[in-house]
Design a protein around this ligand. Structure first.
Ligand code: NDP
Length: 422
């Protein structure tokens, strides 16, 4: 009772707004979908110039095949999600004291997808046709994320108070639609946010990449070294996320943010169609890459991946079991919540070593596209802004959670992401 009252109090007074408040929440759902379509159109134009005026616009937006493909794709992944394979994990304790159960079978879904792709390939399916369908597919995915967000917004009014996210309940419909009102919307046991977070969009990204590789094979008989590297690097990243799927249960997206347009669009449209931009760019703008250049890029991706994986694993291990030999000797500081903060190891280098590793990988994914165009660097620029903004959001939440202990941590570890720079 006490719990539900305090939640009621918090949800009805959630007035602090992020992402530029109401103005941001009104403009982003218009501006970002247009950005996806614009970038896809520019990257297939001969100049691929983001500075060209008037801007390049998509030549055709709708194709019923794209719609059917998307429906089939989402249905396949919903089916794989529900398969009783892999373990079942519990999420963090919710405000009503309960914990939700989640299937950890995303890696299985990726493996089955790869097997299906190989089967389609052996049957001679024209996978390169994905290149032609990119814009219509993006249009359908954007439409789906809008429909899903409307559904999520409406159904949230039937959710109990304790099931609402703290941030997305200001009473302003535009802002709440964007941020998401309900924390863990489910249909039966099917968790909509968790499903969208790592399945259709993330696995869709590597399938789009593979389609671009096959288009190169169609056009030039074999895939280029640059295309192979981008496909392998990004497949490694997606496989890693799904192999460590359980870790998503403690992220800001699952624990803190409601499920609204921001996450639905990000997961279903933004990730698969802007993260695959480098591969789509290479189809029309082939780049030659020397063996030395490839070796340097592979090295950069390796260093980035090492920092990213080691730092994420170190924190996850420490949060799961601080007495584990791999983390028990690390220096920590106590906080009033009973949790401790790491001040040595990776988390003593900068306050977000995992973001540093992620950004080094982002650069390695872009360098195979050469230096002739700005467009492939869109991902690095966007991702740097995203992670700087995300770091600031996390910092605010940690300051509220840990108070003085967080100040002490910031004093001990002054740099946020880049050692001696930022
Ligand atoms: P993080 O894994 O960075 O987690 C932040 C949380 O870690 C804090 O809220 C705090 O939570 C805990 N923490 C912070 N400092 C310490 C410390 N010194 N000791 C112990 N615990 C600490 O969260 P993200 O979800 O932002 O990132 C996860 C990964 O996902 C990152 O590698 C990121 O790069 C990646 N990512 C990728 C995106 C993409 O589009 N490709 C988008 C967003 C993220 P608490 O104390 O409550 O445990």
């Amino acid at each position: 009772m006490r719990n539900s009252q305090s939640v009621k109090h918090r949800s009805s007074h959630a007035t602090e707004k992020e992402f530029g408040g109401t103005l941001g929440a009104t403009c982003i759902p218009i501006f970002l979908p247009l950005t996806v379509l614009y970038l896809l159109s520019v990257c297939r134009s001969p100049e691929a110039s983001v500075l060209k005026w008037p801007p390049v616009l998509p030549s055709y937006l709708w194709d019923p095949t794209a719609f059917k493909l998307l429906l089939g794709w989402v249905a396949l992944h919903a089916f794989l999600y529900m398969l009783p394979v892999g373990k079942v994990s519990e999420g963090l304790v919710l405000r009503d004291g309960t914990r939700l159960k989640y299937p950890i079978n995303g890696f299985h879904a990726l493996c089955i997808t790869v097997l299906l792709l190989m089967l389609l390939l052996s049957l001679g399916a024209p996978l390169g046709y994905l290149f032609e369908l990119l814009v219509p597919l993006a249009v359908c995915s954007i439409g789906t994320s809008y429909l899903l967000s409307f559904y999520l917004y409406i159904r949230s009014f039937w959710a109990p108070n304790h099931a609402l996210a703290v941030g997305g309940n200001t009473g302003n419909p535009l802002y709440d639609f964007f941020m998401g009102r309900e924390l863990n919307p489910r249909i039966g046991n099917f968790d909509l946010k968790y499903f969208c977070e790592l399945r259709p969009g993330l696995i869709g990204w590597v399938v789009v990449n593979f389609g671009m590789l096959m288009k190169e094979v169609e056009l030039r008989d074999s895939p280029s070294l640059a295309m192979i590297l981008i496909n392998l690097f990004q497949l490694l990243y997606v496989a890693d996320a799904l192999w460590n799927e359980e870790a998503v249960l403690t992220t800001m997206d699952i624990v803190h943010d409601g499920f609204g347009f921001m996450l639905a669009f990000g997961d279903l449209a933004w990730v698969p169609f802007t993260y695959s931009l480098q591969a789509a760019f290479l189809v029309v703008h082939p780049q030659s890459l020397s063996a030395l250049g490839a070796a340097v890029i592979i090295g950069l991706n390796g260093v980035g991946y090492y920092i990213f994986r080691k730092s994420n694993s170190q924190k996850n291990q420490f949060r799961r079991d601080p007495t584990h030999p791999s983390v028990s000797k690390l220096e920590t500081i106590a906080t009033a919540t009973g949790k401790r903060l790491l001040v040595s190891g990776w988390w003593g280098l900068v306050r977000h070593p995992n973001y540093l590793g992620d950004l080094l990988m982002a650069l390695a994914w872009t360098l195979p596209c050469g230096f002739s165009h700005l467009l492939p660097y869109f991902y690095v620029v966007y991702f740097t802004i995203l992670l700087i903004h995300r770091e600031a959001r996390d910092e605010r939440q940690c300051r509220t959670k840990y108070g003085l202990a967080w100040e002490t941590y910031c004093g001990r570890v002054p740099y946020r992401i880049f050692p001696y720079i930022y």
